[in-house]
Design a protein around this ligand. Structure first.
Ligand code: ADP
Ligand code: MG
Length: 210
């Protein structure tokens, strides 16, 4: 990973495009078991990042993740705002304590996901974005331990993210608005799991082109 986030503008644009392209589908999901505003919330955050993207690319990763987290927290709103914001702020905090490279990124991302778990008082299996974030974080850690090549990691991460997203379909929601529906939440994919998967897949597409 380069020391300066020169790729960030491209990453942010691609992530924002992925969410826009799939906006109707995700909104439909969120209308079934949420209140239908997840994409609008997220797009507010992504638009704010779009406006900051050149500025962000001048920072180092620690400062960029911190700024992104604060921006997401203050613009997204909803449950997801503080959760996505916490992910980046916590990644920044952990990255301050070690050099950033392929190996340490797994630990940095894991710390971010752990902070999301704490913040939302949720864990895997509760039909949320964590059902994508946790398996991806776990896979990255295993891949580092097993010395898996970057090419193989980039080939596998999308599969892990998609499997995690799909797994929410048959879960009973126990956190967030969907939990109010109890059994009626069964059979529907969680919107935050779908957007998390779309964003991760978009990031991997860019990294594959490098
Ligand atoms: P809100 O539910 O406040 O309207 P959003 O619609 O923006 O917020 O986001 C909803 C998404 O947030 C859900 O689809 C779910 O993935 C995620 N979510 C909600 N509560 C939690 C939680 N406690 N922990 C992790 N993720 C959560
Ligand atoms: Mg909502």
């Amino acid at each position: 990973m380069s020391l300066t986030p020169v790729l960030l503008p491209h990453l942010i644009e691609t992530v924002a495009n992925a969410i826009s392209t799939n906006a109707e589908e995700v909104t439909a999901l969120d209308q079934v078991i949420g209140d239908g505003d997840h994409v609008i919330n997220l797009q507010r955050g992504l638009n704010a990042l779009m406006a900051q993207r050149e500025e962000l690319s001048q920072l180092d990763w620690v400062a960029a993740w911190q700024k992104m987290g604060m921006t997401l927290m203050s613009t997204i709103g909803g449950a997801s705002g503080s959760l996505f914001g916490t992910l980046f702020v916590s990644m920044s905090k952990t990255a301050r304590e070690q050099p950033i490279n392929q190996k340490t990124f797994a630990a940095i991302f894991k710390a971010g996901v752990d902070a999301v778990k704490q913040r939302g008082k949720a864990d895997a299996g509760e039909k949320t974005m964590l059902d994508v974030l946790i398996p991806v974080a776990d896979y990255l850690q295993t891949a580092v331990a097993d010395n898996v090549s970057l090419a193989d990691v980039l080939a596998t991460v999308p599969k892990v993210a998609i499997a995690g997203m799909e797994s929410t379909r048959d879960m009973l929601a126990t956190k967030g608005r969907a939990s109010f529906l109890e059994e009626r939440s069964l059979g529907h994919i969680d919107a935050g799991a779908r957007t998390s998967q779309l964003m991760i897949c978009a990031i991997v597409t860019i990294l594959n082109q490098q």
